[in-house]
Design a protein around this ligand. Structure first.
Ligand SMILES: *Cc1c(COP(=O)(O)O)cnc(C)c1O
Length: 338
């Protein structure tokens, strides 16, 4: 048995999800006629108290569309230096929107309202105009760390005072919400746009949603079309999303519990100097006296997959195909090599 902890994207649809997919009513979504896509978009928008939503092939596309909506050429986005939108989207801020980016530092991948305020450019011929702040929850590179609403509200206030838009990369927002107990609608109220991924912890094969105002989502449809993201009988995929929202949100807590145990197991090993605080389903371990490559090679020898996450870091992500038996087996196997 292979234990694949590279990402929460490696899951296969559950039997219930497959049934939902293959029995979904479908139509041509480019004509707006796929009833299942429409139902998913309405359901997600309503859940977060937003006016509208658009279903896209990836979270990169939903984030990049949001950046396009909230910037123009020669404007600037403020985000943490470890943000997915900056590090892992192929330089899209520049390539898709011709915008600049200001990177902030902060513990566990998080930034504060004071930092945002200080990073807004003056109204000056030399500086790109700041138009957008983008946050990430949970924060992937911060070890799955969580923002709470009390940290977001002051940032929203700064954005309002300076006429800035606020976007949330919520690829793993549900992981944060099941831990904090905060409601999707309360989060929807703080942001102009929110991106959520169905293909991460929620266990869908494909898909992300961008949520926002009617006007923003109308423009988003045109951007998606221009980027080749208009899909036809996408209801098969949207049905997986509806199923996941109905059946696979609460269980994220199990992933978090297993991640905490996994973190404790790792911390007992030689060569591991630190494990980032495990807040959700991501476990990042720091190595000392062994390279990530050598460490990962030992793990691969035991059929355990992980990813390098920095010069001395290795990442493990728990997910719905990693159950108690896998966790137990993980413990046995690492006991054999170290
Ligand atoms: C996975 C992820 C995305 C979107 O990635 P896609 O693979 O394009 O769907 C965006 N932000 C974060 C933090 C992610 O982990």
């Amino acid at each position: 048995m292979i234990i694949d902890l590279r990402s929460d994207t490696v899951t296969r649809p559950t039997a219930g999800m497959k049934d939902a997919m293959f029995s979904a009513p479908i139509g041509d979504d480019v004509f707006g006629e796929d009833p299942t896509v429409n139902a998913l978009e309405e359901k997600a928008a309503k859940l977060f108290g937003k006016e509208a939503a658009i279903f896209c092939p990836s979270g990169t596309m939903t984030n990049q569309i949001a950046i396009r909506l909230h910037t123009r050429i020669q404007t600037e986005v403020i985000c943490h230096k470890y943000s997915h939108i900056y590090l892992y989207e192929g330089g899209g801020i520049m390539a898709n929107s011709l915008a600049s980016v200001k990177l902030l530092e902060g513990d566990l991948g998080k930034i504060t309202a004071d930092q945002v305020k200080a990073a807004i450019n003056p109204d000056d011929v030399h500086a790109p105009e700041t138009t957008l702040v983008s946050l990430e929850n949970t924060m992937n590179k911060g070890g799955g760390s969580i923002y709470t609403l009390n940290e977001i509200k002051p940032i929203r206030k700064v954005c309002d005072e300076h006429g800035l838009k606020l976007h949330l990369d919520g690829a793993r927002l549900f992981n944060a919400l099941v831990e904090s107990g905060e409601s999707p609608a309360a989060w929807g109220a703080q942001f102009d746009t929110i991106s959520i991924c169905l293909s991460k912890g929620l266990g869908c094969p494909v898909g992300s949603l961008l949520l926002g105002s009617k006007a923003d989502i109308k423009r988003a449809r045109k951007v998606r079309k221009a980027w080749g993201g208009g899909m036809r009988q996408a209801g098969f995929l949207a049905a997986a999303g509806i199923y996941a929202l109905d059946h696979q949100v609460d269980r994220l807590k199990e992933d978090h519990a297993r991640a905490r145990t996994l973190g404790e197991m790792l911390l007992k090993l030689p060569f591991i100097s630190e494990v980032f605080p495990v807040a959700t389903n991501i476990v990042i371990a720091r190595l000392e006296g062994m390279s990530p490559e050598d460490f990962m090679k030992k793990l691969s020898g035991q059929q355990i997959k992980s990813v390098k996450f920095g010069p001395d870091l290795v990442r493990f992500v728990t997910h719905l195909d990693f159950e108690d038996e896998h966790l137990e087996e993980f413990g046995k196997r690492i006991g054999r090599i170290f």
